[in-house]
Design a protein around this ligand. Sequence first.
Ligand code: EPZ
Length: 417
Amino acid sequence: MIHGGKPLRGSVSPSGSKNASVAILPAALLSEEKVAIENLPDIRDVHVLENILRALGARIEYSPGQMTVDSRSVESCVACEELTSQMRASYYLLGAMLGRFGEARIAMPGGCKIGARPIDQHLKGMEALGADIELTDTEVIARAHGGRLKGAEVYFDIVSVGATANVLMAAARAVGRTTIVNAAKEPHIVDLANFLNSMGANIKGAGTDVIRVNGVDSLHASTYAVIPDQIETGTFMIAGAATGGDVTVTNVIPTHMESMTAKLEEMGVFIEEGEDSIRVVGTGRHRGTSVRTMPYPGFPTDLMQPLSALMALATTRSRIEENIFENRFMHFDALRSMGAQIRVIQPGRVAEIDGVPKLHGAEVIASDLRAGAALVIAGLAAEGETLIGGLTHIDRGYDHLEDKMRALGADIQRIRR
Ligand code: EPZ
């Protein structure tokens, strides 16, 4: 429940990156020694992975923000289906278990409603490393020739965060050298590579189009802290602008936010960058802009939905071009019910938003994770009361979002109906 119209003021820190955490936790299976991971966000996806690792036989100690994983006792490589089917990022267990055990069986990952989300590039990469892949209608079964993967050249037809991370994990313990060409460059890819190197892997070039991996025979213990969440940071920046507030997001890496900062400045939002902080001063109504979602360092598709809430209040027309997923406009109807003027030019690809002076509260349902973030921002900026359902989507990727917003002055409560 949100009573909107209150400018957000003060400072807030994001939690650790969800998309780095869901890759780093499976990657802990690659080490035969105990690994400690810090700055983990307290979100559902992390707890689902915690349960999957326990089900595989790993000894886990969890306290908010940190988890130790001791996978010495893990021998099975069959990730339990009912758990792995609960989240998309379970496909990372494929690379981690192939790298560690030379074999893996996981449930076919579901697609989130934002698109088909095939895994052909993941499988192409594993086959290049010498794995035989068998697909049933519910499972992916993979076995390395001769029991261990061999380094190879892996060329991705499409830039894929998941496929890049998955192959990176598998290659870390393959025999010989792997070159990944057309790799994703997201901050969470670099974070995964740094984590693997902290355990003794030999990876160079993460963050560029070409990543070189020299496989090693074993990985050792490590204590590693996950980077701050780039998408959560962007969500707070947009909320500060949309509510006409003055919000400083602290403990961030400003270079990870460059495309977000540039877009907000184009819209006339005042941004002040510090060493590890970004201050946003908004007026609620800014100039419209155009945005084209692209792989990093382009504008992230995950922030397109939250940005559309700010565009809905702009003084001029905005244009959105969604180039990564096929169906990421599902939140438009909910925004329209709050008064937004949105026209879809090409379904799932191109839309135009004519800003309105005010949005009004409504009862809406979040269709997916970042749609939920967009509706929270719209509710905070709108006049009157907004009731948002579908919080399980938000809880998958945001760590106590309403508490953080309330600390900034928002009138927001989680209620039971
Ligand atoms: C990751 O998804 C993120 N999820 C997504 O964040 C994010 O939107 C996306 O990267 C892009 O940045 C996690 O990291 C857990 P992709 P992923 O592989 O890995 C196509 C969020 O809100 N593709 O880079 O699935 C795919 O269909 C979530 O936090 C293939 O065709 O994204 C998409 O159109 C949502 N074949 C495009 O590539 C493949 O084998 C980019 O997907 C793999 C992907």
